[in-house]
Every structure is written in C-alpha cells, then in structure tokens.
Design a protein around this ligand. Sequence first.
Ligand SMILES: [Zn+2]
Ligand SMILES: [Zn+2]
Length: 344
Amino acid sequence: MHWPLPLAPHEDELLSSFLVRVAHRHGLSPYRFCAFHFPGVPVWNRDIDRSASNEFLEAVATKAGLSLERVVQMTLCSVGARLGQGAARGPAPWINTVGIYHRLRRRCGLQYCPDCMAEIPVFYRAWRMSFVVVCNRHRRLLQDACPHCGMPLAIHRQIISAQLCHRCSQVLGRIQQDPDLSVAALLQAQLYFERAMRSGSVEIGGQPVSSEDLFQGARILASLMVSTPRVLQGAPQHQRLSLERARVQTRARILLRLADVLGIWPLEFTRAAGEQHLTQRSFIRKSVPPWLASAVDELSLGRTRHAIAPRRRHSLRAKLEKNRRCNADWRTTRAALLWLAASK
Ligand SMILES: [Zn+2]
Ligand SMILES: [Zn+2]
C-alpha cells in the first residue's frame, strides 16, 4: 500500500529526514507514523540512516513508490565502503556518531547549515560525514547543535518544522562564525576528501591511492594528532577523542591539519612526527595502509615498554632464587622481597 501523500526525496537527503518529512505531511509525529506503517520495527531508537535492514528499506520503497536503489542511496551504508574499515564494534569510520540513547541523541553528529535550512528544511547525508564541516553554497561553518539550548539535533522529535529545535522550539539559526577558522582553506580541504569519496581514488605525494586507503590512513593520522594540544588546544595530552565523536570546530581543525600533512607528503608528515615524538611504535596496533606505512618506516623505531619490564621481573625472580638457595629462613625473606616489589 502506498502512502496517501507521497513525497519525492531531495538529492542526497538522509532517510531519516525523508521519513520525518513524510510523517509531517501526513499530519503525524514521526513516532506515530512509523509505528503505524512499520509496526514492530525499531526506527527511532536506532541510527536508522546507518543500520536500516533490507526488509525495512524494501518496505519504505514500496510505500513511498520509489525504487529500492533510490531508498538505499539515502542511507549512509551506501558510502561506507569507501570510507575505510573500522573496528568491528567501533563507530563507522568518518560517519559522525549521534549517540543513540533510547530515542534520544547524546552526540552532535548531525550537522546543518542554518542558511540551507532556511531555504529548504531538509537534512543531507553529507552532514553526517566527519570530513564535511562547511557548506559549499553558503561558505560557512556547519553547526551541530541548537544555537539556543545547545542540544544535539533529534529531528524525529521535531513536531512542527525541521527548522525548529525539538527541545526549545526556537529556530535553528546562525551562530557567530569562529574567526580563527578560514572557510576558504576548509572548503579546499573538504573538497579533497569529497572528490576522493566520489571518484574512489586520490593522489598522495604523486602516488595513486584508493579512497579506502586514504580514509583509513587519514583517520589514523587524525587519531594521533587529535590528542596533541597543538591541534586541540586546552585538552589534556592523554585525552584521545574519536574523530567521529568530535564537535564540528574540532573536526575543522583536524581537517586543516590533515590537508597540511597530505599536501606536502611525506615531508610534512616526517617533520610533524618528529615534533610530536611519533615513532614506528605509535602506529603498531593500527591497520596502516601502504601509502602511510612507507612513511612510517622512515621514523625511528621507538622504545618498547617490554624492554624494561622483563628485566625487572627477571631481577626479582633471580633474587628470590638466590635467596632460596642461600638462606635457611628463605620464606620470611621471600615475603619481604615480594612485598618490596609490590609496593614499588
Ligand atoms: Zn548552506
Ligand atoms: Zn534548542
């Protein structure tokens, strides 16, 4: 059965945005609309743009009068393959996390351009991608929360219009731009990644690299650079932020840094790695693609923690053994030695 009042999706519109618009067109909240048309299917307590099942997508296609291919295009799964491999249980690489908690959203993963929203209140797939931080058309930094109450967007809770915050009902309008961030430089950096995603390949230091390998390696670089105070000023050095969980201003700074490093590859990487004391060991547990691996191989090996630990263990074991051989009251001395070692 088709929906009585079908809508056409906009180009690059997110599935969730489309469902919210269709629900509003039928005069229902997205909850009631989906509960009626897809009974028993969890929709709004999932990141439906990332995790919709085939059965759900087929049902949407039938009811919306669209091809299955067009509906799949609205999801983020259709771009995932080009964005590199993530850990099995971690976030999808380069797709911002929205922090699903029941039907709430705890993270600012859905971005928007207030000027685009004022023209057409629709949310686009690009606004979920971690390397997208500026609006090409309006040449401004995207926003990732309500400018009035600071809440992350939860468009399925918007009752009247997609332009109004679901919590405070005020317009998702402009906030002042950060003057330290050059929009022109950000646009250029963003374009590099957008082209890579579209074309499937890119050049790094004159060598052709697949987009999967670019995104995989750039994510590793971002994870190592994000913890440095130089990029994330004021943050403690040990604090590692995941790229996909970072706010838009932080990602904008990471993007500029990545553009610097990739633009003069591998010289700028080698220089920055020296400055940040990165060694081969910094990359050891990461799945490093070949273009990055060849530059990492030029770094110093780095000290291993295990080089010291076995000696300590060995020296304790040796002391205990010697004590056993030489000392009649070896049990008492052993207890004292173990106590001393444990309390070091
Ligand atoms: Zn815009
Ligand atoms: Zn608000």
